[in-house]
Write a protein that binds this ligand. Sequence first.
Ligand code: SF4
Length: 579
Amino acid sequence: MSEEIKLHKNEGIKLGSQQLRGTIAQELAACTPGQKPFGDESEQLIKFHGFYQQDDRDQRREKNPDGTPKAKEYSFMVRSRIPGGKVTARQMLAELDLCDRFGNGTLRITTRQGLQLHGVLCQNLKATIREINEIKLSTLAACGDVSRNVMCCPAPFHGDSVRRDMQAMADRLADHLKPRTTAYYEIWLSDENGEKTNVAEPFRPVEEPIYGATYLPRKFKAGVALPEDNCIDIYTQDLGLLAIVEHGKIVGYNVLVGGGMGVTPSAKKTFPALAKPMAFVSPEQVLAVAENVVKVQRDFGNRADRKLARLKYLIANWGIEKFKAKVEEYYGQSLAAPRPVEVTDVDDHIGWHEQGDGKLFLGINVENGRIKDEGTLRIKSGLRAIFSKYGMEARLTPLQGIILCNISPQDRAGVDALLREYGIPAAEELTLVRRYSMACPAWPTCGLAVTESERALPGILDAMEAELRRQGLQGERISVHMTGCPNGCARPYTPDIGLVGKAAGERYTVFLGGNVQGTRLAYLFQDMVPKAEIVPALAPVFARFKAERQVGESFGDFCHRVGKASLAPAAVEASASEE
Ligand code: SF4
């Protein structure tokens, strides 16, 4: 007799939620400042609607005058899903206004080209989500066990149709994989008196043709890239579309499947994985093939253990051939073998560039994506001034920057003047290590963070820049991705240097040997490294890189070539000799 599999409790929550309604509307109506707005079940369901319930973890450390811990203050992170990070000036200005009116005064560009508001109180949730929809953005499926924001290389090169066709594909894919439930519209977009909401009426299900009643076992990430510009980190996606270009036109896509970064240290069976090439498809086949990849994961992904529920584990268990055969069975046709095409490079798109149509674009680095005013660096006010004056379209980048598009050459000097006025550095004023760095939010808002990330990385980069300068390596392009826990939201297992929060007391696991192109996994270099020891631990490796590198070899390629066994003793000896 076969053993009955006990499903994870979230499966029951999804199944019983009446297509993601649950009791969200009722709990929202009853929300009282100072109390926890959503209970455990709704806390899972609200993610599908694009927001997370959080509390300020800094504030948890504070005490009342009598020494008792202060009550938690709950607020929400609200994420807009923006395929390819394509936004208008009006949308950016509205999101900036929302962060001031309802958030904590900062707006964050995410590592998946979305926008996040932080610190939204429950009484402002409905107005926030409604206003996001009024500017024709959405938070639906920005989080949750569904296909999330579809990424796409955002560089607006208009000399040919390639980037435009990629963006159109990202838009179509995002639309195709969007949940069909009407719960989102009923809860968030009903009128002020709730008269148009159906929450009190009998539940009438709509067809959810791709996801079914319980959606996916876990989150699902997709993106579109070019071989010569892997800025979206295609190998970290559950579903990657690598555009194959011939004579300036996209002839099809290599479909890559099963990438994913998350690791749970306590669960030994978890691991980061690179997506594997599965098939070559024509542009006309993409949506149907993508849909069937999702459906196979829907039907065969692990619904008992969420730690093993991502597509990468199904593919690891089955092997890519069996997975492809199942997708073909669902699709009803065999699929061509993937083309022998490799990722060769990456670009952060920062600085001034010609678009190819007579206009210019300008990529602006936003450290860790946090749009705010702090001291003399007033990115929030600067972007407001630029968007208000010029009204250009913009693109959010996967490295958490922003591209201002369609700038007339005669406006370049005016835009530069505004950048200077608001203290926003030009590309040439930033080191490549800072431009190619990113961090997840971690403390104080992420409930899973074990260490700092966004607040720690700027200081670590200060020290790293000084060390690289000292060694004459300041011109090297070295990517550094940092996270506050092993879940890997800032994709820390593929860059040259990955810093992953491991334990309280600001201790990190340091990974080396990936590369800026994101084509291979890094290896664990040192574990439990205190924050202050990270750069000292890397200094001897930088020294060996300088002394032993081959012509044209990057830092990551060097670390990969010589390997952990060779590098780790150098670091250990160096730290011992300094004692
Ligand atoms: Fe939170 Fe961990 Fe993701 Fe960072 S990587 S945002 S700490 S879950």
